[in-house]
Design a binder for this molecule. Structure first.
Ligand code: RB5
Length: 148
């Protein structure tokens, strides 16, 4: 799968670790930065870079990491067609895929350990969208279609 990934300084080390593991699994990851954990940067710049790539179909999915995952999620969700979910547990990751067809995963770099972040990501990558009654609801997020 082709993904776009980005972080600010607070999410840098977790972004690096998760991207490394995704690539080891054979995924293609376009890393939009940031490039170190020391220089303070603005998380919306990276959220918009990744959100824009998903919106334009240049990446199937996105990964964003900041300190809490919250700011990244807010900014990415401004993009049409982006359904960004901030997940702190494998269960939330599973449900964000199964029911909400989330296409951007936002992680909390200052809260999750590397192993916890990878556990969330692995489940998120592996879980399919259930479709069915959830498909109409997901369309309603964009203001299209009828709920089921
Ligand atoms: C940076 O200090 C922090 O505000 C940012 O990483 C993120 O948590 C914002 O939502």
């Amino acid at each position: 799968m082709k993904l776009a990934a980005g972080s600010d300084h607070a999410g840098f080390s977790i972004k690096e670790a998760v991207v490394r593991r995704l690539r080891a699994q054979g995924h293609v990851v376009v890393d939009v930065g940031t490039t170190d954990g020391e220089t303070s940067v603005d998380y919306p710049d990276f959220a918009h870079a990744v959100g824009g790539m998903v919106e334009r179909g240049e990446a199937e999915r996105g990964l964003l990491v900041c300190g809490t995952g919250l700011g990244m999620c807010m900014a990415a969700n401004r993009h049409r067609g982006v359904r960004a979910a901030m997940c702190t547990t494998p269960h939330l990751a599973e449900m964000s895929r199964r029911h909400n067809d989330a296409n951007v995963l936002c992680l909390a770099g200052r809260i999750l350990s590397e192993e916890e972040a990878w556990g969330v990501t692995e489940v998120w990558m592996a879980t399919p969208f259930e479709g069915g009654r959830h498909a109409g609801r997901v369309e309603l997020i964009e203001g299209e279609g009828q709920g089921a």
